[in-house]
Design a protein around this ligand. Structure first.
Ligand SMILES: Cc1cc2nc3c(=O)[nH]c(=O)nc-3n(C[C@H](O)[C@H](O)[C@H](O)COP(=O)(O)OP(=O)(O)OC[C@H]3O[C@@H](n4cnc5c(N)ncnc54)[C@H](O)[C@@H]3O)c2cc1C
Length: 124
């Protein structure tokens, strides 16, 4: 569990904190109620950054299984997938060569370039 981002002010004397919890192999956050999860995260963040007051409000969104988890051999697996695709078909996105938005954009652009090159080759 950890503090991910300190966000914009939520009003005079307040801040909005976005806190993320959980990772592959750590299901603690999944079994806690929203109240217990917020309480645990608040205690952790408060201790880390010196917050003394209680939260004024909270909103919990659960993104279960939202992030692809790359296992050992992932690069080789992706290479095999890409090599096995028929001409003109490309794959892109978080499952392949990086989960973050910049990596996904790069992956999409590279796939688009390959698709255009393939189509151009097909046209002779
Ligand atoms: C809570 C959260 C916070 C994040 N924060 C950050 C961050 O701060 N910075 C960062 O760099 N990354 C962040 N990420 C990661 C990043 O946002 C994702 O990895 C990235 O957006 C994934 O892009 P994608 O194109 O692979 O998939 P998606 O953005 O999920 O796009 C897939 C699209 O395919 C559509 N789709 C799915 N199935 C079908 C179907 N059968 N038919 C038609 N359409 C379908 C979906 O509706 C969706 O529009 C975060 C992710 C999450 C979940």
């Amino acid at each position: 569990m950890g503090l991910e981002q300190v966000a914009r002010p939520g009003g005079p004397g307040t801040v909005v904190l976005r806190v993320s919890a959980g990772r592959a192999g750590d299901g603690r956050a999944l079994v806690l109620s929203d109240d217990d999860l917020v309480s645990r995260l608040h205690a952790e963040v408060a201790a880390a950054v010196g917050i003394t007051g209680d939260p004024l409000g909270r909103h919990v969104t659960r993104w279960t299984d939202a992030f692809p988890q790359y296992a050992p051999g992932h690069r080789e697996l992706v290479a095999a997938i890409e090599q096995g695709l028929p001409a003109g078909l490309e794959v892109a996105g978080a499952a392949y060569r990086g989960v973050g938005v910049p990596a996904c954009i790069g992956s999409g652009r590279a796939a688009a370039r390959r698709a255009v090159a393939s189509a151009t080759t097909d046209l002779g």
